[in-house]
Design a protein around this ligand. Structure first.
Ligand SMILES: Nc1ncnc2c1ncn2[C@@H]1O[C@H](COP(=O)(O)OP(=O)(O)OP(=O)(O)O)[C@@H](O)[C@H]1O
Ligand code: NI
Length: 307
C-alpha cells in the first residue's frame, strides 16, 4: 500500500539577478512518485536532476525562497508544513546528503539519543554505534571532531534508531568503507522487510539494483521512468525510456558507452521532452510537447515512443 504520494510537484526558485530584477527558475516540474510500505524505491539520475529537492520537499525543509506547487500525502492525508514538522525525524526520517545537518553544538551521542522514540535511548544509541563501527568514545564528541565518514555513520545511526515508517536516504553511502556501506544497505532492506518504506537516492545504480524493488530515473527535474528492478538487466532492453537505457549502458560493467551531450540546466529547459535534444529517436513532436507520465508494462514512462 502506498504510504507517501507526491503528485504533480513543481518547485521554482525566485532569485534576484541584477539589482531588483527577479527571475523565477523552475527546478522540478510535474513530478509524481509514490512510496509503498515494505518497498525500497531507489532514485537515480545525474547531479542537479532534483533528487535532493524532492527529499527536502517531502520533509518540509526547502529554503524559504522556494515556490512549491502540487500535493504530498502521507498515510492518506495531505502533508501540511505543521504536519511535516510534527512527523520529521519521527515517522519520516532523512539521512541527509550533507553532514552539515548535524547540530554543531551538541555531542553526537546525545543527538542520536534524541532521535529514539521508544525504549531505552542510551542502550539503543550504544547498540547502533557498535553496529556502524563507532567507538563508544565518539559519543562524547562534537560534530567538528568527526571525520567525514564518521559523521555520515552518525547520520545513518540517527535515522536507524528513529523507527520511522518512511526513511529517505540521500546519498547515504559515499565515503563509507565497503563493509559499513554493505551493512547500511542490508539494514535498509531489513527496514523495508519489516514494513517501512525506503527511498534511496543514489548515484550507485549497482547497489540500487541489489537492494531496491523499483528504480525511479530522474532527468532535468522530473522522473522519466519508474521501473521494477528486474528491468535493469543485461542490455536494458526492457527499460522504457531512452535515457534510462543510456544510463544503464554507460555503466562500466555494461557497454561503458557515454551519452553525448549534457543534461539541460534549470532556466534553459527545452520546451518539449527534456531529453529530446540528446535522444536518437526524437521526432519533431518531441521538441514541442512535454510527454505525460503513463503506465507501461508494470512501470511508468514519460516518452511517446516507448512500447
Ligand atoms: N536553494 C536553491 N536555490 C536555487 N537553486 C537551487 C537551490 N537548491 C538547488 N537548486 C537547483 O536545483 C537543481 C536540483 O538540485 P538538487 O540538489 O535537487 O540536485 P540533485 O539531483 O540532488 O544533485 P546531486 O546528485 O548533485 O546531489 C539544481 O540545478 C540546483 O542548482
Ligand atoms: Ni542531491
Amino acid at each position: 500500500m502506498s504510504i507517501l504520494e507526491v503528485q504533480n510537484l513543481s518547485i521554482s526558485f525566485q532569485q534576484y539577478t541584477s539589482g531588483l530584477k527577479q527571475k523565477t527558475t523552475r527546478v522540478i516540474s510535474s513530478l509524481d512518485i509514490s512510496l509503498n510500505e515494505g518497498e525500497i524505491l531507489a532514485v537515480v539520475g545525474s547531479s542537479g536532476s532534483g533528487k535532493s529537492l524532492l527529499a527536502h520537499a517531502i520533509l518540509g525543509i526547502l529554503p524559504d525562497h522556494a515556490i512549491l506547487s502540487g500535493t504530498i500525502t502521507y498515510d492518506g492525508e495531505r502533508l501540511t508544513p505543521a504536519r511535516q514538522a510534527a512527523l520529521r525525524g519521527k515517522e519520516i526520517a532523512l539521512i541527509p546528503q550533507s553532514v552539515t545537518y548535524l547540530d554543531p553544538l551538541m555531542r553526537v551521542g546525545a543527538q542520536v539519543r534524541t532521535a529514539v522514540r521508544n525504549g531505552d535511548a542510551a542502550e539503543k544509541q550504544r547498540r547502533v554505534f557498535e553496529q556502524y563501527q563507532l567507538d563508544p568514545a565518539v559519543e562524547k564528541l562534537f560534530p567538528f571532531q568527526l571525520s567525514g565518514g564518521m559523521a555520515r555513520r552518525v547520520l545513518v545511526s540517527m535515522a536507524m534508531v528513529s523507527g520511522a515508517r518512511v526513511l529517505i536516504a540521500d546519498e547515504p553511502t559515499p565515503g563509507l568503507d565497503p563493509a559499513v556501506m554493505k551493512e547500511a544497505l542490508r539494514y535498509f532492506r531489513e527496514l523495508a522487510d519489516s514494513g517501512a518504506a525506503v527511498m534511496l537516492i543514489t548515484h550507485d545504480i549497482d547497489s540500487a539494483t541489489q537492494i531496491a524493488d523499483k528504480i525511479a530515473v530522474f532527468y532535468a527535474g522530473s522522473t522519466v521512468e519508474v521501473a521494477p528492478v528486474k528491468d535493469f538487466e543485461e542490455s536494458g532492453e526492457r527499460l522504457r525510456h531512452p535515457y534510462s537505457r543510456a544510463l544503464w549502458r554507460a555503466l562500466p560493467q555494461n557497454d561503458f558507452v557515454p551519452i553525448p551531450g549534457s543534461q539541460p540546466k534549470p532556466g534553459s529547459l527545452p520546451e518539449g521532452c527534456t531529453f529530446a535534444p540528446r535522444c536518437e529517436h526524437a521526432v519533431a513532436a518531441c521538441a514541442s510537447v512535454q510527454p505525460e507520465m503513463r503506465e507501461l508494462r508494470g512501470g511508468m514512462v514519460r516518452c511517446v515512443h516507448a512500447t
